[in-house]
Design a protein around this ligand. Structure first.
Ligand SMILES: C[S@@+](CC[C@H](N)C(=O)[O-])C[C@H]1O[C@@H](n2cnc3c(N)ncnc32)[C@H](O)[C@@H]1O
Length: 166
């Protein structure tokens, strides 16, 4: 056997060991499974959140609240490229300062979770009518939580200057 064999074999072993450790590290990142509970439907000027039948029991009592926080998925941006974006000019306006996606409400982010506070119009069966939502027709809805002033309202807030550039 020549000398290059004895140089190459240990190198291959070292690299395969590194690849194995990297794989193991990747597998240790927890992943979470989610399924949409329903979807946004815009029809005849109305905005509906239509839930899958099996989730209807979860709506019991929702009609006692005036507002609901709708958690939904930016499904139109579900590509590795868009999910790797970490900084944007908010509202797509280059005059707004470069801002981290965790410091604004950009529709691109690693986990495409969106949150909209909606005024409830009615809850009938598995259909919730809301006054409006900034989600496209067909958008997957992940969760609903009632807006509870005692938990969700703060008296004094501070916001960056760019939020006032409208
Ligand atoms: C700036 S984001 C804010 C969403 C939510 N209120 C939040 O703060 O997480 C709202 C915009 O997302 C975009 N959008 C709506 N539905 C979407 C979808 N299903 N996938 C990707 N983008 C969507 C629309 O352009 C909409 O104006």
């Amino acid at each position: 056997m020549n000398r290059s064999f004895f140089t190459l074999v240990p190198l291959v072993l070292v690299f395969s060991q590194i690849a194995f450790i990297a794989d193991a590290a990747e597998q240790q990142v927890p992943t979470f499974t989610m399924q949409p509970i329903g979807q946004v439907q815009r029809t005849e000027g109305r905005t509906l959140l239509v839930l899958d039948e099996k989730y209807q029991p979860g709506l019991l009592g929702l009609d006692g609240w005036s507002h609901v926080q709708v958690i939904w998925w930016f499904d139109k941006n579900d590509t590795p490229q868009r999910r790797s974006i970490l900084q944007v000019h908010p509202r797509g306006d280059a005059s707004n300062p470069l801002t981290g996606v965790f410091a604004c409400r950009a529709p691109v982010r690693p986990n495409l979770i969106a949150l909209t506070l909606c005024k409830l119009v009615s809850v009938e069966g598995r259909v919730i009518e809301v006054e409006s939502i900034d989600a496209f027709d067909g958008t997957p809805v992940l969760d609903l939580k009632p807006f509870a002033p005692g938990l969700d309202l703060v008296q004094e807030v501070r916001v960056p200057d760019w939020t006032r550039n409208r």
